[in-house]
Write a protein that binds this ligand. Structure first.
Ligand code: SAM
Length: 267
């Protein structure tokens, strides 16, 4: 789906009748606060963008369509492969709103989105998974730079590390799926995570329109019988398992004052 089609199909808060979704819009999409953590993480991102050091990258998933090379500079990864600031701020606000205690991220890369999610819930447990060794080394350095020692990074292919992480967490309040953008892999990670979810859990998927495969994965996940509510923000998709939602509901949402350039789509 193109962003233009999404834009015209999406609702603002003025056309949403679900109190749960209305609150989500107010506290997440329309919350204009700038938290202290935003500037620290963005200063780090800017430093990384200028870092010429080359890392060996064994990308185990369907990686960036812009750069398939095995060796990449930190600057190139930071400029093209991370969730942009506006998405990271939304992730922060999602975590801040739902206050999950046990959080998991698939796809650490340089640790930028992990830092945002950690700063939104300082006392919660966050495990993040990364398969590329030298990228994982750099993410750990980045955590140290911001004096964060409580994010647990597990290295290796998700196929092996996801079951380990799920066992360690024992329950999953929140997951951010942002690695290996292939259809079957995404559905398999979703199903494995689902075993550890309850009706308050929130699952967030990145890049749901990045490729045909990702859109198919998103459609299949949305229609899973346990998913009772889904929210499509175009760049992110969220699913919920709330029992209060007796009838399945799906929302395409957009901020009421959204400026397209803010998201960088037309840059
Ligand atoms: C898009 S990046 C993550 C960006 C990060 N969440 C952010 O926004 O700051 C995806 C990462 O997932 C890792 N990855 C992809 N497939 C993987 C797999 N099967 N096992 C382990 N890591 C994988 C890649 O090495 C890459 O660093």
């Amino acid at each position: 789906m193109s962003f233009i089609r999404f834009y015209f199909a999406a609702k603002t808060k003025y056309r949403v009748h679900s109190p749960f979704v209305f609150e989500f819009i107010n506290n997440v999409l329309e919350d204009k606060r700038n938290f202290y953590a935003f500037s620290s993480v963005e200063s780090l991102r800017n430093l990384l963008k200028q870092d010429p050091k080359v890392l060996k990258v064994n990308d185990l998933g369907a990686g960036s369509s812009m750069n398939k090379g095995r060796n990449r500079s930190i600057g190139s990864i930071a400029s093209t492969s991370l969730s942009p600031p506006f998405v990271c701020k939304i992730l922060f606000k999602i975590v801040n709103h739902f206050k999950p205690e046990k959080m998991l991220e698939l796809g650490t890369s340089l640790g930028i989105s992990a830092l945002y999610q950690h700063f939104a819930a300082l006392n919660s447990k966050l495990i993040t998974l990364e398969g590329a060794e030298e990228i994982a080394d750099q993410a750990e350095k980045n955590f140290q730079r911001l004096e964060v020692d409580s994010i647990e990074l597990i290295r290796g292919n998700f196929d092996e590390t996801l079951p380990i992480a799920l066992k360690k967490l024992s329950k999953l309040d929140y997951v951010f799926l942002d690695g290996n953008h292939r259809k079957n892999a995404t559905i398999s990670y979703f199903e494995q995570c689902l075993e550890f979810a309850d009706e308050k859990s929130v699952f967030v998927l990145d890049d749901i329109y990045w490729s045909k495969e990702m859109t198919e994965a998103w459609e299949q996940i949305k229609s899973h019988p346990k998913v009772t509510l889904s929210i499509d923000l175009f760049f992110l998709g969220l699913v919920f398992f709330r029992k209060e939602n007796i009838k399945k509901e799906h929302f395409k949402l957009i901020k009421s004052n959204w400026k397209s350039w803010e998201m960088g789509f037309f840059k």
